[in-house]
Design a protein around this ligand. Structure first.
Ligand code: PEP
Ligand code: MN
Length: 338
């Protein structure tokens, strides 16, 4: 249930309505823009008469949200969520580009790529330290030393950092070094991990599962929000279909679908979405045109020697050309690159 307070409701009225809902056994999550307070009410409310709540002083309207994701739903924050992090706004008018290697392989590799993507206009450095690999014999990541390198490279080139957390025990190890914690597609429904990250006060980038519907993605996000972490960014990274010409099928339509259903920012990963270098730029352009709030793109200075995902990694020069191509596309939809 969503309780929209009147624009002129006093703080005391908001408190009274919240207390009343608490006493009925509900959890109450509060959201406010500069006009109005909205309460997201979670719990079983089949037996509650919505009209009773609507008659409380200061209440404007009570909506019963039909879906099981309530805090993630657009109704909870009609104006949309903007995550502000060290001066960068994600989910606002500006389109944010995150880029970097699939895996952190060495200090030299990371610093070379970080410098190139920063120069081309990326605002956030990606790089895997803990790698979920299909084969146990593939490179599994440099782990903690990679986190330190990401932190240093981010500092040096003025980039935020994003890296994947694969399990709960890695969370405290990552917190000192990483600005945005990525939940990979293989872990989208790792409910214990979602619950643990719900308690963290750091933005989370939640990738769509390989075989997940959009509703399942939004329900995974609901776990995080119900735990109290409201700083979420969703990521469309392609799903497995019967099509074999691409590594995955990048569902660009997820962008407008999520925008309608949810207030959360959504970015697109055209690297994992397609699996091959020459398809990354066309899909990145399409994603921005479709309204994505950002992109996450794999870039490597020497993709032929990459320890993971070389075939889908852009050369720095290609990345820089793509950034130029995105300018007129953002302008056409009255946005800008961040
Ligand atoms: C990655 O970002 O390198 C990655 C493994 O992504 P995904 O979880 O989308 O496969
Ligand atoms: Mn990768």
């Amino acid at each position: 249930m969503i309780v929209a307070m009147q624009e002129r409701a006093s703080e005391e009225q908001v408190q009274q309505v919240s207390m009343r809902l608490f006493s009925m056994g509900f959890e109450v999550h509060r959201s406010a823009d500069n006009r109005q307070v909205v309460l997201g009410v979670v719990g079983e409310h089949q037996t509650v008469d919505l009209a009773d709540i609507e008659s409380l002083p200061g209440v404007q309207k009570v909506h019963s949200v039909g879906s099981n994701y309530k805090l993630v739903s657009r109704e909870f924050r009609p104006e949309g969520t903007v995550i502000t992090l060290k001066g960068l706004a994600i989910g606002a008018d500006e389109v944010v580009v995150m880029a970097g290697p699939c895996s952190v392989e060495s200090r030299e590799q990371l610093f070379t790529v970080a410098e190139a993507v920063a120069q081309a206009g990326a605002r956030c450095l990606r790089g895997g330290a803990f790698k979920p690999r299909t084969s146990p014999y593939s490179f599994q990541g440099l782990r903690e030393p990679a986190l330190k390198m990401l932190h240093e490279a981010g500092d040096r080139f003025g980039l935020l950092t994003v890296s994947e957390v694969m399990e709960i025990s890695q969370i405290p190890v990552m917190l000192p070094y990483i600005d945005i914690l990525q939940i990979g597609s293989r872990n989208m429904q790792n409910f214990d991990l979602l619950r643990a990250l719900g308690k963290v006060r750091k933005p989370v980038l939640l990738k769509r599962g390989i075989a997940a519907t959009i509703e399942e993605l939004l329900l995974a996000a609901e776990y995080l929000m119900a735990g109290g972490n409201y700083e979420l960014i969703l990521c469309e990274r392609g799903i497995r279909t019967f099509e074999t010409s691409t590594r995955n099928t990048l569902d660009i339509s997820a962008v407008p679908v999520v925008k309608k259903l949810s207030h959360l920012p959504i970015i697109v990963d055209p690297s994992h979405g397609t699996g091959s270098r020459e398809k990354v730029a066309p899909m990145a352009r399409a994603a921005v045109a479709a309204g994505a709030d950002g992109l996450i793109i794999e870039v490597h200075d020497c993709p032929d020697k990459a320890l993971s995902d070389g075939a889908q990694s852009l050369y720095p020069q290609q990345f820089s050309e793509l950034m130029d191509e995105l300018q007129p596309i953002t302008a056409a939809i009255r946005r800008k690159l961040a």
